[in-house]
Write a protein that binds this ligand. Structure first.
Ligand code: NAD
Length: 295
């Protein structure tokens, strides 16, 4: 039985780790928030008292943390997990972080003779719960081959984007587009409402028209249009505005470095920054809809 250590049991990591348990893996978990650990123990995972103790017997270590600083500190910091792991362990980091940090962590792992894959995800909390995430991997072919059966327990579509860091490049391009789509969809829905249309009817029309996109299909930002999405749960439980701002910063930094033109993302970034400054950092990112709703 494959032994997994899973570090970071938040909105995404919690259901991802639960899917590994239900796939028959032996899963040991750690999170700084005890409540998150307890929820996984209820699902059948074993609790560890620290990240170091979680990884010591693991074949595969999966991390799902907020940002690069957390990942670097977990792997490379004082009491980091790198040296604590078995010599043949595989590390998979599924957090969304900048490609340079992923390469730095990957290089540090590989220097010890162990394997590393950056494998950020797309599909949201619903995809994490359903085990239908898309994993976008960056890494050496042998590392990717070893990661594949583990990631298949949590996802449906797996891609190998290129060498270490390539998964992160692909992920921030995707999320930059997502920010543009969520802002644009919100703007269009509010325009419809302001002109007397029912947002559910408008959504149904766009779903069958040229404006159709993922936010309408899976994540409608207008409360009451879709059941069981963050907009119908007071914008809780999804992908936080502060994490979207982190990803937009990563995308804009990458664009500055490659001198790419990203005017649509600049506009979306302005909206998301303003939204966070208005006190919405911990809300789901579809709450950008409320910036357009003047009621
Ligand atoms: P989250 O804030 O809900 O969860 C992060 C978890 O990490 C928390 O439970 C926190 O306590 C834990 N943590 C932080 N530092 C830790 C440490 N040193 N040791 C152990 N645990 C630690 O965030 P999330 O929404 O689950 O997102 C995680 C990552 O996935 C982010 O990089 C995010 O950008 C990305 N992501 C999120 C979504 C989404 O829809 N939520 C979708 C795709 C990708």
């Amino acid at each position: 039985m494959t032994r997994i250590a899973f570090i970071g049991l938040g909105n995404m990591g919690g259901p991802m780790a639960a899917n590994l348990v239900s796939s028959g893996m032996q899963v040991t978990v750690f999170d700084l928030v005890q409540e998150n650990v307890n929820a996984l123990v209820d699902e059948g995972a074993k609790a560890a008292e620290s990240a170091v103790s979680a990884v010591k017997d693991a074949d595969v270590i999966v991390s799902m943390l907020p940002a690069a600083a957390h990942v670097k500190s977990l792997y490379l910091g004082e009491n980091g997990i790198l040296q604590a792991a078995r010599e043949d362990a595989l590390f998979i980091d599924s957090s969304t972080i900048d490609a340079d940090s992923a390469r730095a962590v990957g290089q540090a792992v590989e220097q010890t003779g162990r394997l590393f894959v950056d494998a950020p995800v797309s599909g949201g909390v619903a995809g994490a719960k359903a085990g239908t995430l898309t994993f976008i991997m960056g890494g050496k072919v042998d590392a990717v081959a070893k990661a594949t059966p583990v990631l298949q327990c949590m996802g449906k579509n797996l891609f190998h984007a290129g060498d270490t860091g390539a998964g992160q490049v692909a992920k921030i391009c995707n999320n930059m587009l997502l920010a543009v789509l969520m802002s644009g969809t919100s703007e269009a829905l509010q325009l419809a409402i302001d002109n007397g249309l029912d947002p559910k009817v408008m959504s149904d029309i766009m779903l069958q028209s040229s404006g159709c996109n993922w936010t309408l299909q899976k994540y409608n930002p207008c409360p009451g249009v879709m059941e069981d999405v963050p907009s119908s749960k007071d914008y809780t439980g999804g992908f936080m505005v502060k994490l979207m701002n982190k990803d937009l910063n990563l995308a804009m930094t990458a664009a500055a470095n490659s001198q790419s033109a990203t005017p649509m993302a600049s506009a979306a970034q302005g909206l998301y920054k303003l939204h966070q400054r208005n006190g919405n950092g911990d809300k789901d990112f579809s709450s950008i809809f409320t910036l357009f709703d003047n009621k």
